[in-house]
Design a protein around this ligand. Structure first.
Ligand SMILES: [Zn+2]
Length: 498
């Protein structure tokens, strides 16, 4: 038991104690004679002074810090507010996650997780080991309240007390973000979660060497899956026991955000136990609308369906920096300057489904597949044409205006939303036919109006194009694509005519 901890097995609130108990407690904490304290206390209580106030007066009389040991108010969890200085709560421990922090130059183990009662849940940080475990019912006295991420959080430190309750505290289990103990499905994990338990199959695993604070460190990273979905993971301890195709229970993992999506992290405190059961892992990606996925900030392993509106610059045959793998621009790496580039192939395609747009990024393998030939073949074609851009042009003519089902990892950064594709397949229905039917619906007067508008105000061509673009996107992705092309062709006509 660390110093400064008052642990009262089976104890409940102080008000149920009698004057003798209170006197004993005061005498021992103040280091004074019990009889003297008891007489003071009895006097005050006789004058109808509430016992908590009476105790505080006595502490003041004997020169103890007035706040030290002052009884904070007892609250339901959902009534705890950031403005509360300190509180007492009677709760069930839902999760306990351990973490090492640097405190005044020393490494210190802290515990974090969730507490709950019938009214709600609250997160906590315990700065020392109070010995409580998931499932325990406890009364936490004098817990500090601080704000974390806009919510109140309990700070359980040296001046706090933790007393085990013999009666189990009931909680609204269906409102909990995980089971009592921390079991959570991968789909329900959120960045910031701590002390969680997952039963998973390791789907992919690789060894990586990273440059950490203490020099080079070997870690393991990969993908895990359960019945609900898949997530990336990192094992900072590079345990040799993990291998792909095997199932494990990871107890005490923490979740961080990686490219907008949750990432499961195994620390030195995580226990890894092989499972004898197999897990029916979900092999399908989550199907979502592009707008929704972009709004969420990122999704690992997602499937969208949309129309390719455009093939962006930097597609087709490209060169990469041998140092950092960045695509070169004009033979230059942004970080390493002039380098001998390595050939590669990729596609950056803008895909729209009517709710939003992403840039789908196809690796060499997928690019070869949409191009319909190997990179060597593409290099030969480019050499013969003495122009690399013919490859991007060929890809453009094959995929723009067509609908694709795309699976991959979606992330959002300051430049927009990217979808790193792992699958890129034509959908069954033929959008060319649909585009044709849209064309037939367009009446001649609409066409005429566009021509007249562009002709009158050619200085604002770009603005107007964007206007038509967004207006149509909200209606239908395919129509938008078609309008975009049509307006482009009209502009070409107009400009040539001038
Ligand atoms: Zn570089």
């Amino acid at each position: 038991m660390p110093a400064g901890t008052l642990f009262i097995p089976g104890g409940s609130t102080y008000t149920s104690m009698d004057v003798d108990d209170h006197a004993e407690e005061l005498a021992s904490t103040l280091g004074v004679d019990k009889a003297e304290v008891k007489s003071d206390l009895e006097n005050l209580v006789e004058y109808s002074v509430p016992v908590d106030e009476a105790k505080q007066s006595i502490r003041r009389k004997y020169g103890s810090d007035a706040d030290d040991g002052a009884m904070p108010s007892t609250k339901d969890v959902d009534a705890v507010e950031v403005s509360d200085g300190n509180v007492t709560v009677t709760v069930r421990v839902i999760t306990v996650g351990c973490r090492t922090i640097q405190y005044q130059g020393d490494e210190q183990v802290i515990r974090e997780g969730i507490l709950a009662d019938e009214t709600g849940t609250i997160s906590y940080t315990a700065w020392q080991d109070f010995g409580f475990e998931p499932g325990d019912s406890v009364t936490i006295g004098n817990a500090g309240v601080r704000e974390w991420d806009g919510q109140p959080e309990l700070n359980i430190g040296q001046s706090s007390t933790v007393a085990v309750e013999t009666d189990s505290v009931s909680v609204a289990e269906h409102d909990l973000p995980c089971s009592i103990g921390g079991h959570t499905s991968l789909l329900e994990l959120r960045p910031g979660n701590r002390g969680r338990v997952v039963d998973v199959e390791v789907v992919e695993i690789e060894e990586r060497v990273i440059n950490g604070r203490d020099g080079q460190t070997t870690i393991h990273s990969g993908v895990i899956a359960d019945e609900s979905g898949r997530l990336p993971f990192t094992d900072w301890e590079a345990r040799s026991t993990l291998s792909s195709g095997e199932t494990f229970r990871f107890d005490d993992v923490y979740i961080r955000e990686f490219r907008g999506a949750p990432q499961v992290n195994l620390s030195t405190f995580t226990t890894v136990e092989p499972l004898s059961k197999s897990i029916a892992i979900n092999k399908d990606a989550q199907r979502v609308a592009i707008g929704e996925a972009v709004d969420s900030g990122g999704v690992f392993d997602v499937e969208v369906t949309g129309t390719v509106l455009e093939v962006r610059e930097g597609s087709g045959l490209i060169e990469r920096c041998p140092e950092c793998n960045r695509a070169l621009q004009g033979g230059q790496c942004r970080e390493h300057g002039t380098v001998e580039g390595e050939d590669d192939m990729r596609v950056k395609a803008i895909v729209d489904d009517g709710t939003g747009a992403v840039t789908a990024i196809l690796d060499r393998e997928l690019t070869e597949s949409v191009y319909g030939g190997s990179m060597d073949e593409a290099m030969t074609v480019a050499r013969d044409a003495m122009d690399k851009s013919v490859i991007a042009e060929e890809i453009r003519s094959r995929i723009v205006g067509r609908e694709y089902r795309i699976r991959g990892n979606l992330s959002v950064d300051e430049y927009g939303a990217n979808l790193e594709a792992t699958e890129f397949d034509r959908t069954d229905d033929d959008p060319a036919t649909r585009a044709q039917s849209v064309l037939e619906e367009v009446t001649s007067w609409v066409l005429l109006r566009i021509v007249v508008k562009l002709h009158i105000d050619s200085s604002q061509l770009n603005l107007r194009m964007r206007h038509y673009h967004t207006q149509q996107v909200t209606m239908n992705g395919r129509q938008s694509m078609w309008w975009h092309q049509l307006v482009g062709e009209l502009i070409d006509c107009l400009l040539l005519g001038h």
